[in-house]
Design a protein around this ligand. Structure first.
Ligand code: FO1
Length: 308
C-alpha cells in the first residue's frame, strides 16, 4: 500500500506518473481541503478536483486545473446578473461542483461525495479529503485577513503575507480512512506541494502528524522548491511571510520529525549536506516534470529508494 499527501497541481503531476508504475488500487491520496471555498452556493474543492481530473486524464494541462476544452458560458451569464466572477469555473467543472453540493445536501460526507465523483470519472485510486469537517486556510496580509483563494486568485498573491490561519483546524477530525491508510502503508509520499497551505494543512489535522511519525512506512518527500523558488504557486511568499527561509532545506526542516528521504532537485546540490544534517537521506534528481516520462522517472526514483 502506498499513501500520498497531496495539494494541487504539483502533486497531481507527480501522481500521474506514479499511477503508470503502481496499480491504482494500491494508492491512497490524502488531499488538502484548506483551499475549499463556497461560491454561488456550491462547494468547490480545488485540490480534490485537480487530483481527480489529472488522474482521469481530463485536466487542462496548460493551467493545471479545470477541465480541458471547458467553456465559460455560465460564468458570463452570472456576470450579467451582477455576480463577481474572479474564480474561473468552467461549465463542465461547474457540473462537478453542482454534483458534489447535491451529494452533500443529501447528507453524504465530503469523503463519500469524493468517492462518488471518482467512481463516475472511472478512477480506481482512493482519493480522500484530509477531513470531512470545515477547514479553511486564511491569509493574514497587509491588506487584511482573507480566504486563501481570495489571496491567490482574486488578488493575484500581491499582498504582503503576515501570517497563515487554519480556520477549523482545532475541530477537524481526519476523514474516514486517513489514519488507517497512513498506518498501513509501506510507502508514504509527501508530494511536491506547498509545505504551508497544502501539506501543512494536512499535517495540522488532529492525529495525522502523530500517525505519520508512528507509521513504519518509508517516508519520502519531493522538494517543491527548486533553486530557491516554487515551481508554481505562492510558497515563497507564504514561507517568507512566516519568517522561514525559502529553500529546499527549509521544507525538509518542516518535515524533520518524520521524514526518512528527501528528493532534492539536482540544481540544489549545495543544500544536500545541510539536509543530511537533519538525519534525512538525500537523493538528487531532476524534479521538474514537463513530460509524462519525467513524471514516471521521478515516481520510479521514489519507489526504488524504498525498495518497492
Ligand atoms: N486558479 C487560478 O489561479 N485562477 C482561477 O480562476 C482558478 C479557478 C479554479 C477553478 C476550479 C479549480 O478546481 C481550481 C481553480 N484554480 C484557479 C486553481 C486553484 O485556485 C489553486 O491552484 C489551488 O487551490 C491550489 O492548489
Amino acid at each position: 500500500m502506498i499513501t500520498a499527501l497531496a495539494g494541487g497541481v504539483g502533486a497531481a503531476k507527480f501522481l500521474s506518473g506514479l499511477i503508470r508504475v503502481v496499480p491504482e488500487e494500491e494508492l491512497t491520496v490524502i488531499v488538502n481541503t484548506g483551499d475549499d471555498i463556497e461560491l454561488y452556493g456550491l462547494h468547490i474543492s480545488p485540490d480534490l478536483d485537480i487530483v481527480a481530473y489529472t488522474l482521469a486524464g481530463i485536466v487542462d494541462e496548460e493551467k493545471g486545473w479545470g477541465i480541458r476544452g471547458d467553456t465559460f458560458h455560465c460564468l458570463e451569464m452570472l456576470r450579467k446578473y451582477g455576480y463577481e466572477t474572479w474564480f474561473n469555473l468552467g461549465d463542465r467543472d461547474l457540473a462537478t461542483h453542482i454534483h458534489r453540493t447535491m451529494l452533500l445536501k443529501r447528507g453524504l460526507r465530503l469523503s463519500q461525495a469524493t468517492r462518488e465523483i471518482c467512481r463516475s470519472l472511472g478512477l480506481r485510486v482512493n482519493i480522500i479529503p484530509m477531513t470531512d469537517d470545515r477547514f479553511e486556510t486564511w491569509i493574514e496580509t497587509d491588506a487584511g485577513l482573507m480566504h486563501f483563494q481570495e489571496y491567490l486568485v482574486r488578488r493575484g498573491a500581491r499582498d504582503r503575507v503576515l501570517g497563515v490561519k487554519y480556520v477549523g483546524a482545532e475541530n477537524a477530525a481526519p476523514a474516514e480512512g486517513v489514519i488507517d491508510a497512513i498506518l498501513s502503508s509501506d510507502l508514504l509520499i509527501i508530494c511536491p506541494s506547498n509545505p504551508i497551505v497544502s501539506i501543512g494543512t494536512i499535517l495540522s489535522v488532529r492525529d495525522v502528524r502523530e500517525a505519520i511519525r508512528r507509521s513504519r512506512a518509508c517516508k519520502v518527500a519531493i522538494s517543491p522548491i527548486v533553486s530557491g523558488a516554487p515551481i508554481k504557486g505562492p510558497a515563497d511568499k507564504l514561507m517568507r511571510g512566516l519568517g522561514l527561509e525559502v529553500s529546499a532545506f527549509s521544507v525538509a526542516h518542516l518535515y524533520r520529525d518524520f521524514l526518512n528521504v528527501f528528493v532534492l532537485d539536482q540544481r540544489d546540490e549545495a543544500e544536500k549536506e545541510r539536509i543530511e544534517g537533519l538525519g534525512i537521506k538525500v537523493i538528487l534528481a531532476d524534479t521538474i516534470m514537463r513530460t509524462l516520462e519525467d513524471k514516471v522517472r521521478l515516481a520510479k526514483i521514489v519507489l526504488r529508494e524504498c525498495g518497492l
